[in-house]
Design a protein around this ligand. Structure first.
Ligand code: ATP
Ligand code: MG
Ligand code: MG
Ligand code: MG
Length: 439
C-alpha cells in the first residue's frame, strides 16, 4: 500500500478525551473514530489489526473443533421471554420495536438464539459433541463506556456455544475452549491468566475469566506469580484426548488466581508473600459451563443411547477482539507509539522513502516495494512528501515491526537501513540483503 493512496488520518496532537495510552495511540494512529458514545468506526489501519486478531481467534477455535456460523445482531424478544432473560437482563439491553410494533433487541449475547438453532435441527446424541461459534457485533448499553474500544457499547465478540449429552462431556468441551484460549492469547503476544470468576447474567456454576495484567485494567485480581512461567499447550495438542486436556486444565488452575468477586483472602494469604500478585487486569475472555440453564426452559433435548430424551448440557465461551486490540497496545508500546507483535501487525514492513523524487531513493524504494509485494508481503510504502522526521515519527507511532529506511546518501551506493521497531536497533545493508532479511 502506497501511503499517498491510503487512508490513515494521523493526529499530531494528543486527543484530550483519551485517558489511557491504548486509546490515545489508537486515535493518534488513525485506527478508530468514535461515532457516538461508545460506538466506533474501525478505520483502515485499525481494521487490518482487528482482522488479524479475529484470524488468530478463528484458527484456534477451528483447531479445537468449533464450527463457525453467523447469527444476526437483531433478535426477537420472544426467544428471550422463553429463557426468562428478557426482563432479567436490565438496562444493558437495547430494546427496539419494528414497524409492526414487534419487540426486538440488539443482541448482547446469543445463548437463546443458538439454543433455538440447536433444538430445530439436532435430535440425537449421535450429532454430539457440537460447538458452534460466530464473530459478530454485540450491543450492551454500558453505564460507563470508556477507554475507546476497551469498553464500548457496540463491540465485536467471538462467542462459541457447546452442546453435550452429559456433564462429563461438557467438561471436556469446556477444557477444549480453555486450551484454545491459552493458545489464542499467547499467539496475540499476551500472557492471560485464567481466573475463577463470577458468572454474572450468563449464569452457571463453572467459569473462568482470562485476564491480562495491566495497570489500566478495570478488574482487581489476585494471583500466584507462577503463571508467568507456565507452558502454553503446543500446536499439535490432541483435542480429543480427554485426560490430556484435563491435565492441562488442572495445571493451569493448580495455583491461586481469582478476581475480586471470587477472592478468598485466606487462601491468598497462605501463598508466600513474595509469590503473591495483587494487581489490575483486563478481562479479555470468559468461559462458562451452565448445564441445562437454557436447554431446560427452551426444550433443547436429544435422544440418548438409552432411547430416552435428555436435556443437553451447554457452555458458552466469549472473547472480545475489539477489546483485545487496545489490550495488546497496553501491553506493548513505548513513548513513540505502538509496538505490534508480528502476528497482528497491520503491515509486515514499512518502506520509508526519505526523499521522493531522488532517483536512487525512488529506484530502490520502488524495487523493494515491488519485490516484497510479489513475495506476498504486505508492505506500507511511505512515498509522501512529508519531512523525513515526520515519516519516522509516523512509522514509530503505527508500530510496524520492521522499517526499511531509504535515504539519498546510502541509496546512491545501493544501501538502505533496517530498523527494528521493538529494539530500535538499526543496521545498514544492501537493498538485496534487506530484501532477504524480510522474505
Ligand atoms: P466486563 O466485565 O468487562 O463488563 P463481561 O463480563 O460483561 O465484561 P462477557 O459477558 O463475559 O463480558 O463477554 C465476553 C467478552 O466480551 C469479555 O471477556 C470481553 O472480552 C468482551 N466484552 C464484554 N463487554 C465488552 C465491552 N463493553 N466492550 C468490549 N468488549 C467487551
Ligand atoms: Mg459487562
Ligand atoms: Mg466481567
Ligand atoms: Mg465476563
Amino acid at each position: 500500500m502506497r501511503l499517498s493512496r491510503y487512508f490513515m488520518p494521523i493526529l499530531k496532537e494528543n486527543p484530550k478525551e483519551a485517558e489511557i495510552v491504548s486509546h490515545r495511540l489508537m486515535l493518534r494512529a488513525g485506527m478508530i473514530r468514535q461515532q457516538s458514545q461508545g460506538i466506533y468506526s474501525w478505520l483502515p489501519l485499525g481494521k487490518k489489526v482487528l482482522d488479524k486478531v479475529c484470524g488468530i481467534v478463528r484458527e484456534e477455535q477451528n483447531r479445537a473443533g468449533a464450527v463457525e456460523l453467523l447469527m444476526p445482531t437483531l433478535q426477537s424478544a420472544e426467544l428471550w421471554q422463553e429463557s426468562g432473560r428478557y426482563d432479567a437482563y436490565g438496562k444493558e439491553m437495547l430494546r427496539i420495536k419494528d414497524r409492526q410494533d414487534r419487540p426486538m433487541l440488539y443482541g448482547p449475547t446469543n445463548e437463546e438464539m443458538i439454543t433455538d438453532i440447536f433444538r430445530s435441527y439436532v435430535k440425537s446424541y449421535k450429532n454430539l459433541p457440537l460447538n458452534l461459534y460466530h464473530i459478530q457485533l454485540k450491543f450492551r448499553d454500558e453505564i460507563r463506556p470508556r477507554f475507546g474500544t476497551m469498553r464500548s457499547r457496540e463491540f465485536l465478540m467471538k462467542d462459541a456455544y457447546s452442546f453435550d449429552l452429559t456433564k462429563d462431556a461438557a467438561v471436556h468441551a469446556y477444557n477444549k475452549m480453555f486450551v484454545a484460549y491459552l493458545r489464542t492469547f499467547d499467539r496475540l503476544g499476551l500472557r492471560a491468566i485464567p481466573m475463577r470468576a463470577d458468572t454474572g447474567p450468563i449464569g452457571g456454576n463453572h467459569s473462568h475469566e482470562f485476564i491480562i495484567l495491566a495497570d489500566t485494567g478495570e478488574s482487581e485480581v489476585y494471583s500466584h506469580k507462577d503463571f508467568v512461567n507456565f507452558d502454553i499447550p503446543a500446536v499439535d495438542t490432541d483435542f480429543d484426548d480427554v485426560a490430556g486436556l484435563q491435565a492441562i486444565f488442572e495445571k493451569w488452575t493448580s495455583v491461586y488466581a481469582a478476581t475480586s468477586e471470587m477472592h478468598d483472602e485466606a487462601a491468598f494469604d497462605a501463598i508466600p508473600e513474595t509469590d503473591r500478585l495483587s494487581a489490575r487486569g483486563i478481562e479479555v475472555g470468559h468461559i462458562f459451563y451452565f448445564g441445562t440453564k437454557y436447554s431446560e426452559p427452551m426444550g433443547a433435548k436429544v435422544q440418548g443411547p438409552d432411547g430416552k430424551e435428555h436435556l443437553v448440557h451447554m457452555g458458552s465461551y466469549g472473547i472480545g477482539p475489539t477489546r483485545l486490540v487496545p489490550a495488546i497496545i497496553e501491553a506493548s508500546h513505548d513513548e513513540n507509539g505502538i509496538i505490534w507483535p508480528a502476528s497482528v501487525a497491520p503491515f509486515d514492513a514499512v518502506i520509508i522513502n526519505m526523499k521522493p523524487g531522488d532517483e536512487a531513493c525512488d529506484r530502490i524504494s520502488d524495487s523493494l516495494y515491488a519485490s516484497l509485494g510479489n513475495a506476498g508481503k504486505d508492505v506500507l510504502y511511505d512515498d509522501t512528501d512529508e519531512r523525513a522526521g515526520t515519516k519516522f515519527a509516523t512509522a514509530d507511532l503505527i508500530g510496524v515491526p520492521v522499517q526499511i529506511i531509504v535515504g539519498p546518501r546510502s541509496a546512491a551506493s545501493g544501501e538502505v537501513e533496517i530498523k527494528d521497531r521493538k529494539t530500535g536497533a538499526r543496521e545498514t545493508m544492501t537493498a538485496e540483503a534487506a530484501l532477504n532479511r524480510i522474505l
